[in-house]
Design a protein around this ligand. Structure first.
Ligand SMILES: Cc1ncc(COP(=O)(O)O)c(C=O)c1O
Length: 382
């Protein structure tokens, strides 16, 4: 029998516990189990935004362009170690949706003889819609699932299932897909800042993810793109914006893609948004992915054990090596329960058709939050 004292004891020995003080907590009573949708705000973010406002914008004015122009690459270098990437392999820009669009085009251009794009029907809607839209425009066929890859130019896949938290074996699947002659674009939106992953060691060459979930980058924070160094000089992305051209300020007559990761850029992104994203990303980098992943496993194990104790069904894998940092609870009145709990400052989220997601963000979630939150679900489920 797990008790609330067990939760308090686990919090008292948690090496990441001090990180919670680095975040703004709206009131001591709030139980926040939705950091997998929107991470909590770091306290430093507001100071950093003030700095960018006063020093860079209000004082520096246009002179600040000198360090704004490569800011997406510099924030990319802060993020790179979280996914095992090298400096110069990641750029922080635009949104996951746009970045998927760019990479799918880039990948199909690498495999012109193949006429299909593969994605699972279970994958996140925006990725599926982007794939459908590209197929509609280019005449490619969309294949549902990843079994038959004979004519597939590229597979688009989430590393962690946004509903169940099931984690794909990225190394094994990358090897299988590449051996079948296809590219794969990994979407790490639910994985980055949650689990330890080394994309280059897994053989991955193309990936995207967001920064507003486990990276605490802020609402609508910019996403990121990873392109392995070897592919950077050869991939062709479809949106030829002025930030991606060689010698941008020469204002030349034609677009010439830069040879490096900056060829994925489009335009002058919000510096304020990049500054906020950098603060959140840097906090995860400071805590380190091994510690974050270890606590994520402990929190989700604790959550699953509590589900068992309360008789709540969960489709989340029981093997910690096969799941990310949220736990799904499958319940008939899931939507109504999530709404009722939100009114009591207990925040989960709901996913169709019947799933309550309990997000466990290692930098901000306490074991006692998991204990109290799941007890509250169980009480309303009775
Ligand atoms: C796997 C995945 N891809 C993409 C997105 C969203 O894309 P965007 O950041 O462009 O809104 C989400 C949002 O939850 C997601 O979970």
């Amino acid at each position: 029998m797990i008790t609330r004292d067990d939760a308090l004891r686990l919090d008292s020995i948690d090496p990441l516990a001090p990180f919670r003080d680095r975040f703004h907590i709206p009131n001591p009573g709030v139980i926040y189990l939705d950091g997998n949708s929107l991470g909590m705000p770091p306290k430093r973010t507001i100071e950093r935004l003030q700095e960018v406002y006063e020093r860079d914008w209000a004082t520096g004015l246009i002179r600040s362009w000198d360090h704004w122009v490569d800011y997406p690459q510099r924030v990319g270098d802060v993020l790179a170690p979280l996914i095992g990437a090298a400096p110069g392999e990641v750029v922080v820009h635009d949104t996951t949706t746009m970045n998927v669009y760019q990479l799918v085009h880039a990948a199909i251009a690498l495999r012109p003889e193949r006429r299909s794009i593969a994605i699972s029907l279970d994958d996140f809607p925006t990725d599926r819609y982007v794939v459908d839209g590209i197929a509609n425009a280019t005449g490619h066929t969309v294949v549902r699932g990843f079994d038959d890859l004979a004519d597939v130019a590229v597979c688009v896949r989430s590393v962690i299932d946004y509903r169940t938290a099931e984690l794909v074996d990225v190394a094994a699947e990358t090897a299988r897909i590449q051996a079948a002659g296809s590219e794969v674009i990994w979407d790490l939106s639910h994985a980055v800042g949650a689990i330890e992953i080394d994309l280059p060691a897994c053989g991955a060459r193309l990936a995207v993810g967001c920064s507003y979930k486990f990276l605490n980058g802020g609402p609508g924070a910019p996403a990121w793109t990873f392109v392995a160094t070897e592919l950077q000089p050869v991939i062709e992305q479809p949106i030829w914006g002025w930030f991606a051209t060689v010698d941008q300020f020469a204002m030349g007559p034609t677009f010439q893609p830069r040879p490096d990761i900056a060829r994925m850029l489009l335009l002058f992104r919000s510096i304020l948004a990049l500054a906020a994203a950098e603060v959140g990303i840097a906090l995860s980098a400071e805590a380190g992915m091994p510690a974050i992943h270890a606590k994520g496993r402990d929190l989700t194990t604790f959550a699953i054990d509590l589900c068992d104790q309360h008789g709540l069904a969960t489709p989340t894998p029981r093997d910690p090596a096969r799941r990310g940092n949220h736990v799904a609870i499958s319940l008939p009145r899931a939507k109504a329960i999530v709404q009722e709990l939100a009114a009591r400052d207990i925040l989960f989220d709901f996913r169709e058709p019947d799933i309550i997601r309990a997000g466990c963000s290692p930098l901000t979630t306490r074991f006692v939050d998991v204990f109290d939150g799941i007890a509250a679900v169980a009480e309303l489920a009775r």
